[in-house]
Design a protein around this ligand. Structure first.
Ligand SMILES: [Zn+2]
Length: 268
């Protein structure tokens, strides 16, 4: 029997890499994994097989590694999510509908519930949230993204200007194709502040490339925009506002004022 290596790289090589870059026991269902720790503290083990027998030389995570693997998976998903700092704190439970004013509470609560429903099961749907500065649309979009993260689902959150900078940077370091591919295939893509960028042919083309790829593959998206639906032009705008071909897609209009604390003192 081949000796167990202490190299984590070897261990990772032997386990299969999934689409989102995680390493798992993909044949777990087919091998007699013991329901207790058998690794002697190494975190992984291999089965006592002779050359030629199934799983000879294969390395498996030990049961004692499950918490550690869940932690690593969560951290990796968070790093790739684009969520950082205060965005990570925006959840449905701290979305306070009372700031909208008494006359808007019922309406805003209902729209928040629409977002909760979407977050639980995005399916193939698109969700578009329109509303003025400070109405809470970024909070709801980030809450959807954080909900996915907590549930271990790959998500990417980006403001459109940041996203375009990110794509541009890919030209410099050669990661352009990888970036476009990641955005086109991640489980859920959330684009905040759609339409604030100065639109050029290049911008339009890059955004359309990503959005169209997701549309073709039936992958869900969330958009927010402070423009009115009629102001978003181009091929993406028409899909956002009218071409929501997938049943159950949602367009929300948050017709409330600035909900941010001290909003009245701000110039927005
Ligand atoms: Zn163990």
């Amino acid at each position: 029997m081949r000796p167990i290596t202490s190299s984590m790289e070897e261990f990772r090589f032997k386990c299969n890499e999934t689409q989102d870059g995680l390493y798992v026991n993909t044949v777990k269902e087919n091998v007699p994994l013991p329901p207790w720790c058998v690794c002697g503290g190494m975190g992984y083990f291999h089965l006592n097989r002779e050359p030629g027998q199934p799983f000879f030389g294969d390395v498996f995570y030990c049961l004692c590694m499950e918490d550690e693997m869940a932690k690593r998976k969560g951290e990796r998903l968070r790093q790739k999510s684009g969520l950082r700092g205060k965005l990570l704190e925006l959840t449905f439970s701290n979305f306070d509908v009372r700031h909208a004013g008494r006359e808007h509470i019922k309406d805003l609560t209902s729209k928040k519930e629409d977002c909760v429903g979407f977050a639980k099961e995005p399916g193939k749907r698109w969700l578009t949230i329109f509303g003025p500065f400070g109405c809470g649309k970024t909070h709801l979009a980030a809450a959807i993204a954080n909900h996915c993260l907590i549930n271990g689902s790959p998500v990417h959150f980006a403001t459109v200007p940041d996203l375009l900078d990110h794509i541009r940077s890919g030209y410099d370091d050669g990661s352009y194709e990888e970036i476009i591919n990641d955005l086109s295939t991640v489980g859920l893509l959330v684009l905040d502040d759609f339409g604030v960028n100065k639109s050029t042919d290049w911008v339009e083309e890059k955004l359309f490339q990503v959005v169209n790829a997701r549309d073709v593959d039936n992958l869900p998206m969330v958009f927010t925009s402070n423009l009115s639906p009629g102001m978003i032009g181009g091929r993406i705008g028409s899909r956002m506002t009218e071409g929501l071909g997938v049943e159950g897609s949602i367009v929300l209009h948050l017709d409330v004022g600035d909900q941010r604390p001290n909003a009245k003192r701000r110039v927005v």
